[in-house]
Design a protein around this ligand. Structure first.
Ligand code: ZN
Length: 408
């Protein structure tokens, strides 16, 4: 009887035929005996994660494959990133992603990442907790040059623009409301006041004097993007009765998991980069099945390599994932293994595309189809057919015997 789920998302795994690989995709060209064995013993199909012809972002794709309709539950990137660094948000908070950046005296952007500064805590600490008109500004460090800004107070809106022009050699922008609501105007005004107040504090910060003496660019400005207004989402456990946890390296994925009430398990060596310890993640995931009913494992690098156009690196990384998948050889009989991707990232495009991705399910009692390999080509003839992302959790619940009878 299946009771638990190991849910492995290989980010950006899908691809298109590549001439230099003899017309194969990186997944088809890779030597993947473990994944292929799982495909032979399980049931496969193809997945349009959000819908046919829709190019998914990683955030909306993940929400959808967890059964959360993006139109109802997606509130922008800021709240996800905030949750990813462990911030507890309150209903009505507006969260934004930030860069610590370098500007000149005319507020022209010299470097959007302040010389790729590694640690921003001294700067965020100086600006954390400022209050303007009953709105508190919480600024917390993220990774490298990044930070998260949370505005907490009444009547805020996320209907505002970025102040980040996303390029260098141009002036910073003023935050503007994008609708006529009083909340949007208020939020834009307050953010502009906060950024103006932050600028001299950053410019004159002792840490910037130290950086200057070392020949480094100062971190003297806050560039803001990705505003989102938080509201509580029903947790994965509330919706499905399954206690869930997450094994991931990237903040975005930890953030989505935290927003859905999953416990985020830390794995040393899980970097989200090609050097990530995939074996360590898979071992941790298998161990987590002892305490959790649903273990979400996220592996990032196939997507990044696709965005770099590095099809040889993508093929090698897939082989690394396959070798680590040896950890799934002796899963207990009560575990359903699901392997899928959140979208296709063709090396040729260096961006996400709407092409469907292969999905496989494997476990005791799962039907076995004729598919003999886990790949874009082979899975098109699988027993699951072509699914959309919102169908994935219902399919899983059916295999777990948790689906109520429709009718009598
Ligand atoms: Zn993705």
């Amino acid at each position: 009887m299946l009771e638990k789920v190991l849910f492995l998302v290989l980010d950006g795994l899908g691809d298109r035929p590549i001439k230099e690989l003899g017309g194969a995709t990186p997944l088809e060209a890779a030597h993947t005996p473990h994944l292929d064995r799982l495909a032979q013993q399980g049931e496969c199909g193809m997945l349009h994660t959000i819908g046919r012809g829709i190019r998914p972002g990683s955030d909306t794709a993940h929400l959808t494959i967890f059964g959360y309709d993006k139109d109802e539950f997606y509130a922008g990137r800021g709240p996800i990133e905030a949750a990813g660094i462990g911030l507890e948000l309150c209903d009505g908070d507006v969260a934004l992603r930030c860069n610590l950046a370098t500007v000149d005296d005319d507020l022209m952007i010299l470097d959007r990442r302040a010389g790729r500064i590694h640690a921003v805590t001294p700067f965020t600490t100086a600006l954390d907790g400022i209050e303007i008109d009953q709105v508190r500004f919480l600024l917390k460090p993220g990774t490298a040059h990044r930070a998260i800004l949370v505005m907490r107070g009444p009547g805020l809106s996320s209907a505002i623009t970025d102040n980040d022009p996303h390029e260098e050699g141009v002036p910073v922008r003023t935050v503007m409301p994008t609708d006529d609501s009083p909340g949007a105007k208020k939020t834009a005004d307050l953010l502009n006041q906060y950024v103006s107040r932050a600028y001299p504090i950053l410019r004159d910060h002792p840490e910037n004097q130290v950086r200057g003496q070392a020949g480094k660019l100062p971190a003297n400005y806050l560039l803001l993007r990705g505003p989102g207004r938080y509201r509580r989402i029903p947790s994965f456990q509330e919706r499905y009765g399954l206690r869930a946890c997450c094994v991931a390296g990237g903040g975005l994925y930890k953030g989505i998991a935290a927003l859905l009430g999953m416990e985020v398990v830390d794995v040393p060596g899980a970097t989200g980069l090609p050097d990530t310890d995939v074996s360590g993640k898979f071992r941790t995931a298998v161990q987590s099945l002892a305490d959790c009913d649903f273990v979400f494992v996220h592996v990032k690098a196939a997507d990044s390599l696709g965005e770099d156009g590095d099809f040889v690196g993508k093929r090698s990384f897939i082989e690394k994932v396959d070798a680590a998948a040896a950890a799934f050889r002796d899963l207990p009989d009560n575990v359903l293994l699901v392997i899928l991707a959140d979208h296709t990232t063709p090396c040729e495009l260096r961006a996400h595309s709407a092409d469907p991705v292969p999905i496989l399910v494997h476990g005791s009692g799962v039907r076995v189809d004729a598919v003999s390999a886990y790949s874009e080509r082979a899975c098109t003839s699988g027993g699951l057919g072509f699914l959309t992302g919102i169908d994935v959790i219902p399919q899983i619940l059916n295999l777990l015997g948790r689906t109520p009878l429709t009718g009598g």
